[in-house]
Design a protein around this ligand. Sequence first.
Ligand SMILES: *[C@@H]1O[C@H](CO)[C@@H](O)[C@H](O)[C@H]1NC(C)=O
Ligand SMILES: *[C@@H]1O[C@H](CO)[C@@H](O)[C@H](O)[C@H]1NC(C)=O
Ligand SMILES: *[C@@H]1O[C@H](CO)[C@@H](O)[C@H](O)[C@H]1NC(C)=O
Ligand SMILES: *[C@@H]1O[C@H](CO)[C@@H](O)[C@H](O)[C@H]1NC(C)=O
Ligand SMILES: CC(=O)N[C@H]1CO[C@H](CO)[C@@H](O)[C@@H]1O
Ligand SMILES: [Zn+2]
Length: 899
Amino acid sequence: MAVCVDVLAVVLLLRVAVLGFPARPPPQAESSCGYKSCPATQPSMLNVHLVPHTHDDVGWLKTVDQYYYGDRNDIQHAGVQYILDSVLEQLLADPTRRFIYVETAFFFRWWRQQDSATRKAVTMLVNEGRLEFVNGGWCMSDEATTHYSAVIDQMTLGLRFLNDTFGACGRPRVAWHIDPFGHAREHASMFAQMGYDGFFFGRLDYQDKARRIRDKDMEMVWRASESLTPPTADLFTGVLPNGYNPPAGFCWDQSCNDPPIRDDPNLEDYNVDNVVKRFIEIANDQAKMYRTNHIIMTMGSDFQYENANLWYKNMDKLIRYVNAKQSQGSKVNVLYSTPSCYLQGLHQANLTWSVKMDDFFPYADGPHDFWTGYFTSRPALKRYERLSNSLLQVCNQLEVLGGPNSRKGPYGEGDSDTLQEAMSVAQHHDAVSGTEKQHVANDYAKRLARGWAHCETLVMYNPLSRMVSWPVRLPVNGSDYMVLQPHGQVLDSQVIPVSKATRKIRGDRGYAVNELVFRVQAPPVGFRTYVVSQMSRQHPPVAPQPGTPLSMENQFIRVTFDPDTGLMNTNVHQHNRHLTYCNSVVQEVQQEFSPWVSQVVRLYWGSRELELEWTVGPIPVEDSLGKEVITRLDTNINSSGYFYTDSNGREMLERRKDFRPTWDLKQSEPVAGNYYPINSRIYIKDKVNQLTAVTDRSQGASSLQDGSLEIMLHRRLLYDDVRGVGEPLSEPGDDNKGLVVRGRLLLALTPPKDAADIHRPLAEALVLEPLLAFQTGELHPNTILEFSGLQASLPPAVHLLTLSQWDQESVLLRLEHQFQVTESPTNSQPVTVNLKKLFSTLEVVGVSEMNLSANQWKDEMNRFDWKTSGGIVTFSTGNTNEKGIFGMCQSCLHKCEVF
Ligand SMILES: *[C@@H]1O[C@H](CO)[C@@H](O)[C@H](O)[C@H]1NC(C)=O
Ligand SMILES: *[C@@H]1O[C@H](CO)[C@@H](O)[C@H](O)[C@H]1NC(C)=O
Ligand SMILES: *[C@@H]1O[C@H](CO)[C@@H](O)[C@H](O)[C@H]1NC(C)=O
Ligand SMILES: *[C@@H]1O[C@H](CO)[C@@H](O)[C@H](O)[C@H]1NC(C)=O
Ligand SMILES: CC(=O)N[C@H]1CO[C@H](CO)[C@@H](O)[C@@H]1O
Ligand SMILES: [Zn+2]
């Protein structure tokens, strides 16, 4: 029993240690939902698909709870429970009406409050395709600031609820990201691997949109991975005509002021002829931008349909009166429809579509309106979200290791549900993105904190599938300590004074004067116990050197500091050298650039990376100027205007200053217009060197000069940006003086061909950080000192993406190949993993393969195929300068057998 890992992820449901597992029930008949339920269209006419919809933010100006109940309508009139109540009544009143619903976080709450008669009625509507779920994740995730691991989890949570509740008829066919502020290629890749047939969105750069309208290129096939053989990561992608709003003059919600259809001919204000004429004009104009005889109109907007009667009553009339014109020769046919029925129309047109290979960042809605600041907004929330993802994975793993019958394992209080829900809410495009009001940001953090409280683990735990070693820093009061490994050997450790910046931030909280630093190791999917004891000898720690030391170095790196400016300079060692201070754990230089910006440069013994720990804030605004704080690294790397950023923490994309791959850019903002989101890393390179910066949270970054990298760390603003939130981004911190934020950047300087071998595992270990836990007092004699859930470490190429309890008998396992196809001569190859010999404490007795979001069995998967122009496409990304020919790369083909 083995599996080949050569794609984003192999997703397996393992039946563990229970013999006689019942056979899977045959797939249920899909009733008449799905494509079969689509309304008839007119082949010789222009079919206008009216898609009634509501866009329900999982928190933005109000918290998710306030939105659900319709609380605080003084902030914004919005109540999701009323929307669902009202739409249900309107759908039941007329079988031709349709509605789509998107955010499972809200639907789930509402469903739980319904009686069985209502549930039955809803199920009927779903089975008949009259109520269709689209997207279907817990939320509509942000695309710039999310990490793929958390996105997959939040999609899995929502889609699983839909499958458990409605079976196959609940499975969304279309991904629907109508509001996120730019679109990531990795999201498209994930949607393809989750089995979606198509994807629609509303926001893209205004110049890009103008070009696409001109060239009738609003719909395309997005080829979303460099490593996956087409069409695995191909996703049909459509740009909606009007964001996600109805055409001008046709908004019939209680929140709009457009005139209703007044159809009594005896009245003065009869307007049917005028409405029909305008509508037909708009439809014909829109058809000029698209290629088939199908067009889509999004009939709804933010939190609309609270009184759904207004919308449906007027749309009923619109359909009736516009179609009545057909008897007089009109070629416009309007119908209630859904995104999947529209998609089916496009598919049946059997056209050849253009191929898109880059992404949709950055997003600008005007020459001076780039949505790039949010890549960094609320850096503390972004870090907390990332750390919470680590804890969630740990919590999931501990539940598995604790045994299928117990959610409370011996190693922790594991109950992952609360944290999983909080994390899923946090992926929303106004959550981790930082684009919400302050009180809503506080609510997201509070939800995560509640999740943490349910997942307190009792041991130091490593969730990675290989042995890792990492530095631990403990705040201590004394100056002499001994650290013991499980078998009693003494570990090198070092006591370092707490930095001035830390003491300042800490104020009168805490009293530790030093930090005890040592390097621990933990086995894969497991833990190791270390014992720290204070020694009676008390002598002062190594005194900090006065002034700035001129250099520090270890086996791999040498860093020098300019004696005048204190700025740092670093080189890669060409050969190993023996240094005299071998037992030193860490060298560090503390730098203060201003009272509110400081940095510690650290070089750990044995590390190939240099650590920069930055502390920024409170950003002063007494001068009435908002500020954005960046860190810039200048090198002599000849980067020629190119730099590389990750997409949702996974594949790397090539960026070029003042350039977009698919249109002639008129650059109007030389800084903001060159910023891109990074979730885990950015690099620049030439033939000899590559500088990679790996980060601990999502940020905005760029390279504005050759050889230079910059990363935005923190921002504080005094004016609202007039995009709806109605509040300047000025985080108060806990004392109302402004938020102080601290974070880390890891820098690796290597030859380009070795870079991925270093930055992939580095980013993996920073994203899935090992977790530390402490106990005081004597060790209980029965304490397990060391444990590994795996029989052996997995190869460096394989990342254990998910290990979580699925139900009583089964465990969900996602194994991912974490290298891109051309980036490492040694690690980009496919790898075979033997499942029988994987776990140390679980016996695998059966395996079923699933799609990425675990809501479809492999043998039931099938997607629309789309014809594309240009079979072979060249890529220049990857970290060698070679052009990889797509579709011909060797290592992405299945080479190892699954048996
Ligand atoms: C689609 O078009 C191709 C030619 O490009 C043709 O061979 C094929 O039969 C068409 N399929 C359908 C279902 O019309
Ligand atoms: C830590 O040091 C401070 C000052 O030296 C002392 O007052 C305090 O009691 C110490 N605390 C502990 C826990 O040792
Ligand atoms: C930098 O690289 C470009 C192309 O990669 C090359 O044309 C140029 O000569 C290089 N400049 C230096 C100073 O090496
Ligand atoms: C979806 O739900 C149906 C009905 O409950 C079940 O038979 C099927 O196995 C589920 N599919 C997956 C992939 O879990
Ligand atoms: C990881 C995985 O197997 N993903 C598959 C999920 O299903 C779709 C088809 O429905 C495939 O295209 C993906 O490759
Ligand atoms: Zn939104």
